[in-house]
Design a protein around this ligand. Structure first.
Ligand SMILES: Cc1cc2nc3c(=O)[nH]c(=O)nc-3n(C[C@H](O)[C@H](O)[C@H](O)COP(=O)(O)OP(=O)(O)OC[C@H]3O[C@@H](n4cnc5c(N)ncnc54)[C@H](O)[C@@H]3O)c2cc1C
Length: 383
């Protein structure tokens, strides 16, 4: 098989296409971006009497959503202990509760809409291989228990890889993020009150006292509300860029000679400031292992190939790899205060934003969809 420079999800996607915008139009709400955030927001708003247009410059789910690892978990990339320096426990409890709620939204959507996206409840393991690094795992474990998260310390006998210390989280999940987003898009696109337009890039937005004229590559859309679901804000005047750090990381997938060699689950190896996330994926009779990691700040490293090489060696050293099949890269945006931005871009504005998800945005993007929909519908929202 030829080495694929796109993510594994793009090999296993639905062959669907939504037509581009063809005529100028008017709607109540324009959602810019057809990733998990934009499509989930459209789903949340769909039956509220609004007319909605989702404007996607490329293909639904093919942005960062389609480059992710497809892991759904309540914890966060930097671990919950990292929030202790900036937030009190009440805020951290809210973050966990909100992420759990978003997790449930995804699970409910999969069931209700019968989305074929390989969603499966899985355990998650965060672990260290050796004692050489500082034992933040112990601190995280104690904090998780204090926060009443369902966890336990793992021991070597019950763990398939070399272990110094580790935590198991129960009832987390994995899915194919591209199939999920495409599946959701297919269910909500009905051409009467919710229309998805692909290959329709937003070029500029003119705000005339909260009445918006959106110029795209294939026509003009007028709207009363605009939602920026473009992962990182695209509009020049948005000040968010100075509060978000852009990071790039990489993914490598390979077929396994022996599927039994790696159990299913979410594995995060955190060792000496190095982080690797790995998981299996099986579809159409093929069994893959994939590793994601080697993050660095965008523009601060020259030779990206080294990072991909390191991920390849990571897999080859640990598993009997048959063939490396996919290699890809993706970007994420880390907020200066460690928590994402979701809400109006400024008081009184009818422009909304959801950004700053780090590598936790399959859940945060879904959470943003519920928060934004509640604000727009005038419903109270606890977050
Ligand atoms: C390597 C990697 C692994 C990750 N793994 C996980 C994980 O396991 N779990 C997790 O929770 N999170 C993970 N994340 C983070 C997660 O993938 C993202 O936070 C999430 O997908 C963001 O979704 P989104 O819809 O906001 O953005 P996107 O999926 O990027 O969607 C934004 C869309 O906006 C469109 N767009 C941009 N500009 C315009 C324009 N001008 N006009 C019209 N459309 C436009 C783009 O084409 C794109 O489709 C990972 C991220 C990376 C990089």
């Amino acid at each position: 098989m030829e080495l694929n420079s796109e993510s594994i999800w793009k090999t296993y996607n639905q062959q669907i296409a939504f037509p581009p915008l063809q005529n100028d139009t008017s709607v109540d709400i324009v959602i810019i971006g057809g990733g998990i955030t934009g499509i989930s927001t459209a789903e949340q708003l769909k039956d509220s009497g609004f007319t909605i247009a989702v404007l996607e410059s490329g293909k639904v789910g093919y942005g960062t959503t389609g480059q992710s690892t497809g892991n759904l978990y309540v914890n966060i990339e930097e671990l919950l202990v990292s929030l202790k320096e900036k937030y009190d426990e009440k805020v951290i409890r809210n973050v966990i509760q909100a992420r759990k709620k978003a997790f449930d939204v995804i699970e409910r959507n999969v069931k209700e809409y019968k989305i074929d996206c390989d969603f499966k409840k899985q355990p998650m393991f965060i672990y260290q291989e050796t004692s050489s690094s500082t034992s933040f795992i112990k601190e995280e474990l104690e904090f998780d228990k204090k926060l009443n998260i369902s966890v336990r310390e793992i021991d070597q006998q019950a763990f398939p890889f070399q272990l110094f210390k580790g935590i198991q989280y129960f009832d987390q999940a994995q899915f194919n993020p591209l199939l999920y987003t495409q599946g959701l898009a297919l269910k909500i696109h009905d051409k009467s009150n919710c229309t998805i337009y692909e290959q329709t890039r937003v070029q500029s937005i003119n705000d005339d006292n909260n009445y918006y004229t959106i110029l795209t590559t294939s026509g003009v859309v007028k709207a009363k509300i605009v939602i920026h679901a473009t992962h990182t804000p695209k509009r020049k005047q948005l000040s968010y860029h100075s509060r978000l750090g852009p990071y790039r990381e990489y993914g490598v997938a390979a077929t396994l000679k022996d599927k039994a060699e790696c159990p299913e689950g979410i594995f995060w190896l955190n060792q000496n400031d190095e982080k690797y996330s790995f998981r299996t994926y099986s579809r159409n009779g093929r069994n893959y292992i994939m590793a994601i990691g080697k993050p660095h700040k965008v523009g601060q490293k020259n030779n990206n190939k080294i990072y991909v090489e390191e991920l390849r060696s990571f897999l080859m050293k640990r598993f009997s790899v048959e063939e490396i099949t996919h290699q890809w890269g993706g970007q994420n945006y880390k907020p200066a205060d460690d928590l994402p931005f979701m809400g109006r871009i400024k008081t009184g504005s009818n422009e909304f934003i959801a950004t700053g998800f780090s590598t936790d945005g399959l859940i945060y993007g879904t959470l943003a969809s519920t928060i934004l929909a509640n604000i727009i519908k005038g419903n109270p929202d606890p977050y």
